[in-house]
Design a protein around this ligand. Structure first.
Ligand code: ADP
Length: 168
């Protein structure tokens, strides 16, 4: 699996699935969640209403509707509360559970946003380290159909952090 980092809008990605940094209601919010719902159209929310929410650290799948991506994998990142509330494990679980869903669907390409690093306040460098480690560990322990994984950074700071970490 080839892992790449790009600076772009995740709603524009032509991949099999994009991952959404949703909230537990799955009924839409701000940030990347709002952008995904706007780009997918109202049918996305209709399908989300049938899912009965999603606990933090887990993931649920819908179709992509008007998005170029076929599927949306909705995962709920932890709110950063200083690092004492299992935030690191929960963030790693988001990446793990999303990859598991992508694998179950036999997808070949997936794009991730920088989960929890917006309104949820997770320190960006720490979040990037956790994301890269979770992906690496998933690959080490699972057979996967995934050929391409993109970290789609919206802000310059995240993009710089990911580029630096991927160089190492
Ligand atoms: P969270 O509540 O998980 O922190 P946010 O949506 O507030 O979710 O932020 C998560 C990340 O998504 C942030 O790094 C933010 O810059 C990024 N982001 C916001 N809009 C988009 C978009 N259209 N495409 C990709 N990433 C985005």
């Amino acid at each position: 699996m080839k892992v790449s980092v790009i600076r772009d809008d995740i709603t524009k990605q032509k991949v099999d699935a994009i991952v959404n940094a949703a909230n537990e209601s799955l009924l839409g919010g701000g940030g990347v969640d709002g952008a995904i719902h706007r780009a997918a159209g109202p049918e996305l929310k209709e399908e989300c209403k049938t899912l009965d929410g999603c606990p933090t650290g887990q993931a649920k799948v819908t179709k992509g509707y008007k998005l170029p991506a076929d599927f949306v994998i909705h995962t709920v990142g932890p709110v950063w509360k200083g690092g004492t509330q299992n935030e690191e494990q929960l963030l790693a679980a988001c990446y793990h559970e999303s990859l598991k869903k992508a694998n179950e669907l036999r997808l070949s390409s997936v794009a991730f946003p920088n989960i929890s690093t917006g309104v949820y306040g997770f320190p960006k460098r720490k979040a990037a380290e956790i994301a890269l480690k979770a992906v690496k560990e998933y690959q080490e322990h699972h057979e996967t159909n995934l050929e391409k994984l993109f970290f789609v950074c919206f802000d310059e700071e995240n993009y710089t952090i990911y580029k630096d970490l991927l160089k190492e």
